[in-house]
Design a protein around this ligand. Structure first.
Ligand SMILES: C[S@@+](CC[C@H](N)C(=O)[O-])C[C@H]1O[C@@H](n2cnc3c(N)ncnc32)[C@H](O)[C@@H]1O
Length: 285
């Protein structure tokens, strides 16, 4: 992949996530309620303790940077890095509301970290690394900035068939327009779904004690309509596909998505299974 095309992909990511930042702020409470367990898991896998200096990559609206800031306390600090200034503006507002003075949010690219070697006690990342055009560059950067003996913990999506809340929208879109067969090496939601992919890249940088676990969970919505609306307002890659559709195609996709979602009705909620790949590794002493 040429330098130019990587830069174009990164610029596309910046624009995409800036565009959906309002949706993330609107749905923040829902995602916090449904996905807080992942922040706790990442903070635990990164072995985060009071007084540490944490780097959170692709922080977006502050996950898991804000929990990290609460964990490291007043003598620690957190930097949340993200391409999208609008996502970070939401994160900053949340930090202020929570009274957290030890977290700063900076714009930057995960594949070129503006930090010295051995300058962080822990690195976390939730749902970001699969969007990078050159993931091994990011894993090399993570290994560089981590202090020896310390941990990185990352969460990425596992396979689409185990994540119907994302997979079924893709299926619905595919039923109205022909989508090119996805290039398994191209950046995208499921780019790091395969067991061992991200773990292998971390291992290649010299990190050790690598773990790679598929973590099963659930999340639930009050209705199929709530699910559809939130998906369209926050999922930048799906929004991109929807912009290529005509109005009648959008109506049809909406019908298909909400109809398929009702398979997951349990009691008075729509409850989807989730499968998330949790990968952690340590820099040798
Ligand atoms: C799905 S959001 C996840 C945000 C947050 N970590 C969470 O879990 O809620 C993905 C984030 O990764 C960021 N991102 C994508 N590529 C990036 C890059 N090369 N460098 C920094 N951030 C990037 C996007 O701007 C976006 O905010």
């Amino acid at each position: 992949m040429t330098q130019q095309s990587s830069q174009q992909l990164i610029e596309g990511q910046r624009q995409d996530w800036n565009r959906v930042a309002g949706g993330w702020e609107k749905w923040d409470r829902f995602f916090d309620e449904q996905m807080a367990f992942l922040n706790h898991r990442l903070v635990a896998d990164a072995r985060l303790r009071f007084g540490m200096r944490l780097l959170d990559l692709g922080s977006g609206t502050g996950y898991p940077a804000l929990l990290g800031a609460q964990t490291v306390g007043s003598s620690g600090s957190v930097i949340g890095l993200d391409l999208a200034e609008q996502m970070l503006a939401v994160a900053r507002r949340k930090a202020t509301t929570l009274g957290l003075a030890n977290v700063t949010f900076r714009t930057g690219d995960v594949t070129a970290l503006p930090f010295d070697a051995n300058s962080f006690d822990a690195v976390t990342s939730r749902f970001c690394l699969m969007f990078l055009p050159e993931i091994p560059k990011a894993t090399a950067e993570i290994a560089r900035v981590l202090r020896p003996g310390n941990w990185v913990a990352a969460a990425v999506w596992s396979a689409p068939e185990k994540n119907p809340s994302i997979g079924l929208s893709m299926e619905a879109i595919k039923s109205v327009i022909e989508l090119p067969t996805p290039d398994p090496t191209a950046p995208g939601i499921f780019r790091l779904a395969k067991p061992g992919d991200l773990a292998g890249m971390l291992q290649q940088t010299g990190l050790v004690d690598v773990t790679d676990q598929e973590f099963l969970a659930e999340w639930s919505y009050v209705s199929a309509d709530e699910y559809y609306t939130s998906l369209m307002e926050i999922a930048a890659p799906i929004q991109n596909l929807m912009t290529t559709l005509s109005a009648p195609q959008i109506q049809e996709v909406r019908r298909l998505i909400t109809q398929s979602a009702t398979q997951y009705q349990r009691g008075n909620r729509i409850t989807f299974p989730l499968a998330i790949r949790m990968v952690a590794a340590r820099k040798p002493l």
